[in-house]
Design a protein around this ligand. Structure first.
Ligand code: NAD
Length: 354
């Protein structure tokens, strides 16, 4: 057995169909009695229903959560947190809403209960990205790690099928990069393989029937495992490219992950043969990069940067930006290779067998 380091992160997870019913008990178990509910404008109906369920335990609803956690929104939410004298937040939604809850915790240490309704995995990580003047910066702090996660499959049934597929690919990306991470260890690799397997099985079933509760439940479980991978080890080429493309060209978060992943994996394949075998085995295919590309096709997801609205002229600029800040990756970051990767992703070319 190889040597490794592992630090467990403290979080309570309540997983199950109908687990939302335990919310009031979880608020009280934290020693809290005044919860501020957070959601996006799109999920306001779910936010109101949560308020009703909480009764006197709810002090207010802030419904302006939005993508990439802009600090001006956080400042408005902070004012509401103070005005309502809330002693905990309850973030109901995807990575954007959970990001807002984390931004409040970063500033106040307020306790957090999070109820994820996508597969992005932010709920399981001590990572927060925030945007100020159009620039997104990311940091790690235990202050932002939510105290309690409630996974209730019932809340994911309304996630549109295309968003479900893209979000699931976003989760798979965390597990894929965990398998070839510098700090990979036996536990994160086990989580990663199981996470990929669960999502690879569940996503095509959800694509056929978005109300398939068993598949939805498997996807949510897989998303948690993938989120834990993200929380434990550093990410490399794939996540850095997606960060650049999302931030500089305003491309949609989950869909960008889905388009880039097969190509980032193809780029790293020769430098991470064991990870490639683990991914391919988990997906029941012979080639990891091709398997990921084929899964995106099967899910009817966009497979090109062009389809996400990027202009051909921006490919070279994206490559330059990706080369600007050095970071660890199993294969050295080479200009020609990155340019080729982005061209392949731009034109939706199926990766070659390596
Ligand atoms: P999102 O939270 O932006 O949600 C997208 C849209 O779907 C929103 O309008 C939301 O209200 C709606 N929605 C979510 N769940 C729904 C449901 N069940 N039914 C109907 N509508 C629903 O999308 P996301 O992909 O979950 O999050 C993306 C953000 O999360 C990005 O800013 C990304 O950087 C961040 N993120 C952070 C981490 C981390 O560890 N810090 C990890 C992953 C993602």
């Amino acid at each position: 057995m190889q040597s490794f380091n592992f630090t467990g992160l403290p979080a309570r997870v309540v997983f199950g169909d109908g687990s939302l019913g335990q919310l009031a008990d979880e608020v009280r178990a934290l020693g809290c009695s005044r919860a501020l509910v957070l959601c996006t404008p799109q999920q306001i109906a779910q936010g109101h229903s949560l308020m009703k369920q909480l009764g006197s335990l709810a002090t207010g609803l802030f419904n302006e959560a939005t993508m990439h956690t802009p600090v001006d929104v956080t400042e408005r939410a902070l004012a509401t947190l103070h005005a309502t004298q809330a002693d905990c937040t309850i973030a109901l939604g995807g990575g954007s809403t959970i990001g807002l809850g984390k931004a409040l915790a970063l500033r106040t240490d307020v306790k957090q209960i999070v109820i994820p309704t996508t597969y992005a995995g932010s709920e399981a990580t001590p990572i927060i990205g925030e945007t100020r003047d159009g620039i997104k910066t990311t940091q790690r702090s235990l202050k932002v790690l939510p105290e309690v996660i409630i996974y209730d499959v019932a809340l994911t049934l309304s996630l549109p099928v295309a968003a479900s597929s893209a979000s699931g690919m976003n989760a798979i990306a965390h597990a894929v990069e965990a398998l070839y991470a510098k700090e990979a260890n036996p536990l994160t690799s086990t989580l990663a393989v199981q996470g990929i397997q669960s999502l690879n099985d569940a996503l095509p079933k959800i694509h056929l029937n978005p109300l398939d509760k068993e598949a939805r439940s498997d996807a949510l479980y897989g998303a948690w495992l993938c989120g834990m991978c993200l929380s434990q080890v550093g990410m490399s080429l794939h996540h850095k490219l997606c960060h650049t493309l999302g931030g500089s060209f305003n491309l949609p978060h989950a869909e960008t992950h889905s388009v880039i992943l097969p190509h980032a994996v193809a780029y790293n394949a020769g430098a991470a043969p064991q990870a490639m075998q683990q991914i391919a085995r988990a997906m029941n295919t012979s080639n990891a990069a091709q398997g990921l590309f084929d899964l995106a096709v099967k899910l009817n997801l966009p497979t090109s940067l062009q389809a996400l609205g990027m202009a051909q002229a921006d490919v070279t600029r994206a490559a330059e930006l990706a080369l600007a800040n050095p970071y660890w990756n199993p294969r050295a970051i080479e200009r020609a290779g990155i340019q080729q990767l982005l061209e392949d992703a731009f034109h939706s070319r199926r990766p070659a067998a390596s």
